[in-house]
Design a protein around this ligand. Structure first.
Ligand code: UT7
Length: 328
């Protein structure tokens, strides 16, 4: 009997500090109406405090996941963390999370695929389960976007927030869990969405700091054009090859970058608003954390056997979708 990787639990964490559209109005030339109409965002969470990185968010999410699923941290085989805001270049943020939760028998590593990171990590983790090699794999999506947001740039600072979400994958012999995925990337996005300095091509220097090159750069309209088509295409492709109609889908679980991109994907899938997981209004775009934070917020509405379509688009460009049959 072929093994499948079932999601057996969800955990999540967002920091306490709420950065509202009204507060942003005092920082840059923007207004609540513009932000709400163009993006769907009202507020986002920000991690405050010295020496607090993405691992802090991830540790809180994984601790909650382990508690909810009654999992002994020493039984975890593997932790994969999707992030674009690692605590440091190395060690991997996943290593720091593993230590922080007491997963002393695990190995762990990071995956960087920007806003598609959780989908990439979930698909990768599922392979380790399906081969029968490992029994407990934790997938974390975590980003402290406030660490790379330029709060003088109104075109990006209104979009992003901090957060983390995590799921536990375990083997099952039932026809459920990660059923299929579509993953894509093309490198075309480099010029439209990037953080130029601090890497090997342009190491940090006084000049890079003076030129504000350690922040997110986004040509929003260009990214929007690609995102709105690609996320819908990926969702449509996975539905078609698994013979799913809109009626068969319990929920679309979309990356939360812009409500207009999400609406276009839902329309293409032929699913109504009641079947779209949405929390962009309260968290903004938390990059790798958006999808698991949606699962956390909607967990109590989900039933065993529900068909979910996950879809994402982000820097790279990277994009994709996954078909999940909910397992509890
Ligand atoms: O998650 C990773 C992938 N990222 C995405 O999927 C994001 C994709 N892009 C978007 O969601 C949208 O492009 C944005 C929300 C970033 C921007 O929305 P837009 O409708 O594409 O606006 P725009 O960039 O075309 O700007 C329209 C106008 C401009 O003014 P002018 O040139 O028409 O006078 C901007 O300067 O809105 C202005 N503007 C703002 N005004 C008030 C840009 N940002 C703001 C702001 N407040 N915060």
């Amino acid at each position: 009997m072929a093994l499948k990787a079932a999601i057996k639990g969800v955990g999540g964490y967002v920091p306490d500090y709420v950065l509202t559209n009204q507060e942003l109005e005092t920082m840059v030339d923007t207004n609540d109406q513009w932000i709400l109409e163009r993006t769907g965002i009202s507020e986002r969470r920000i991690l405050k405090g010295e020496n607090m990185g993405t691992s802090y968010l991830g540790i809180q999410a994984v601790k909650q996941l382990l508690e909810k699923t009654n999992t002994n941290p020493e039984d975890i085989d593997l932790i994969i963390c999707a992030t674009v805001t690692p605590d440091m270049f190395f060690p991997a943020t996943a290593n720091i999370i593993a230590k922080g939760v007491g997963a002393s028998n695990s190995f762990s590593y990071d995956i960087g695929a920007a806003c598609s990171g959780f989908l990439y990590a979930l698909s990768t983790g599922a392979q380790f389960i399906e081969t029968g090699k490992y029994k407990k794999v934790v997938i974390v999506g975590a980003d402290k976007m406030s660490s790379i947001v330029d709060y003088t740039d109104r075109t990006t600072c209104v979009l992003f927030g901090d957060g983390a979400g995590a799921v536990l994958l375990e083997p099952t012999e039932e026809e459920e869990g990660v059923m299929d995925f579509v993953l894509k990337s093309d490198g075309v996005g480099e010029e439209y969405l990037n953080m130029k300095a601090g890497g090997s091509r342009m190491p940090s220097s006084h000049e890079t700091v003076d030129q504000r090159l350690h922040y997110i750069y986004q040509a929003g309209m260009h990214v929007f054009k690609y995102a709105v088509v690609s996320m819908a295409d990926a969702a449509a492709e996975i539905m078609e090859r698994n013979s799913l109609s809109g009626d068969d889908v319990a929920y679309l679980v979309p990356h939360q970058a812009n409500k207009r991109i999400i609406d276009a994907t839902a329309k293409r899938m032929n699913v109504g608003e009641d079947k779209v997981m949405m929390n962009i209004h309260k968290y903004g775009n938390t990059t790798a954390a958006t999808i698991p934070l949606c699962l956390m917020d909607y967990e109590n509405k989900l039933k065993k056997g529900d068909n979910l379509v996950l879809a994402a688009f982000g820097g790279g460009f990277t994009w994709g979708s996954a078909y999940i049959k909910w397992a509890y």
